[in-house]
Design a protein around this ligand. Sequence first.
Ligand code: GRF
Length: 205
Amino acid sequence: MKLRAAVFASGGGSNFQALLDHQTPGGSWEIVLLVTDRPDAGAVERARAAGVAVAVVSPVGRPADVAASELLRVLGSHRVEFILLAGYLKLVPPQVVERYRARILNIHPALLPKFGGKGMYGIHVHRAVLEAGETESGATVHFVDEEYDRGATLAQARVPVLEGDTPHALAARVLEVEHELYPAAVDRLCAAIAAGTLTTTQETR
Ligand code: GRF
């Protein structure tokens, strides 16, 4: 039996696509649902092209617990067993974190714990890395808890910062490794779930 995943995305969804492309008939997991807060997100098109169900759940303009209940309901109705955040710009409600404890991953475009937290998303991350004079950056896959970018690290990949780098050039270099790192980390998560050895202890490679 494959483990059933939902991907949460707010943007273009290139990581979502990399996860879709990694799926094989004999694989240990499958994406059964895309959750987005933005009906115009590029990820929605990708889901439709791949025949993956889409749920648009926007927390804007209504009580947080109502949006959280809707998320839990839609995840339950698709029998989702774990969640992959891929460019999802909203905080996951605590009720969802609680229900899916140690079953939610995120990918962040920097070497956490550096350059994470509120406001550190997209191009802001790469700009901050360059401004700090770092000689390397990379991507981190980590477990999600109640705070932005704070859960235990599952996997990291590094890239060099090059002479004359712009934030966009660095972002492109990091994104390329994200597309390899994330599916591989999901394979590891699912192997650990299947073997009953899942922990959220720091396990950086
Ligand atoms: C990626 O850089 C990811 O690390 C971050 O948001 C970006 C999403 O890009 N969390 P995409 O929508 O997957 O192309």
